[in-house]
Design a protein around this ligand. Sequence first.
Ligand SMILES: *Cc1c(COP(=O)(O)O)cnc(C)c1O
Length: 346
Amino acid sequence: MSAAPPPTLRLRLDHEALADNWRTLDRMSGDARAGAAVKANCYGLGAEHCVPVLRDAGCRDFFVAHWGEVASVAAHVPPEQIAVLHGPGSAQDCAYAKAIGAVPVINSIRQAELWHENGGGPCHLMVDTGINRLGISPQEAGHPAIQRLDVAVLMSHLADADRDSVMNARQRASFAAVRDLIPHREASLANSAGIGLGHDYAYDLTRPGLALYGGVPRPQFAGIVRQVAYPQAAIIQTRQIAAGETVGYNATFTAPRAMRIGVVSLGYADGILRAWGGAALRHGERRLPILGKVSMDMIVLDLSAAPDLGEGEWVDLPYDLPDAAQQTGLSQYELLTTFGHRFLRE
Ligand SMILES: *Cc1c(COP(=O)(O)O)cnc(C)c1O
């Protein structure tokens, strides 16, 4: 069969910015080294593009959530550098971990027992110090199944590091106390925002995700972290509409005058959700406001500012993450991870 022609939407990835962001976060981590959260297909950007860049920048510690995410990362880095945050939920998961060589993060006594029953070996251990998600509680530290683990990295996760909250110091103190109770080789607490809390939070290894991909979790990262993802779409049709005509589902936009409009190949199936309604795309410096509702595969633009733009021309969706979050009410995490599979990532 012949290959499909290139799509009419693309996600340009700035590899240099991604590498720079990792190096910046590594530097901000002080004596600790930075790893990388590469779960959810590198936060939607594409593991096959991002993992090699992070590896070449110097990253040696990669975190995914699911066992099903290991293979796409292991195609580019040694499997023992990949940790699986959700840990083993079955004997099958343990067997897969052993076969492929990825490292499970143990999150409960039950997972510890399962890991032992299936041969055990080096693992990481997550302690819950207050987010109440995954991880053993500090009170469970003395349990024999926990004490018997061969813990490479003892981890915890901050709940409120993007704010100056009393919770940060409380979680850090709880983590420091639990470190005395569980034998381990290294310790890791900080995500992207946690790196901004200072070297006290960095320990041996930090685990940034969002900021690698251009997110600004705390104001101090602004101007330091560079934008990585640049979505673009082609105009697939232009049309002229008369005053009083409407655009899109439920006719929510009515033309106040005769207008030239353009349809771009981008929609909520691509992760450009209806929350973008009222925003604008750009061609160079020219603003092209979105008209009406975002459809599944299409967005309609007002081309008044760019009368020369025709079918086949590419336009940009401004994607500075803090600005886009402000514009849409979506989180910076949601803005990244919802990018669909139809984009050509390049
Ligand atoms: C997702 C995740 C990270 C990365 O968090 P960011 O806020 O994206 O930097 C780090 N650690 C754990 C346990 C995670 O689940």
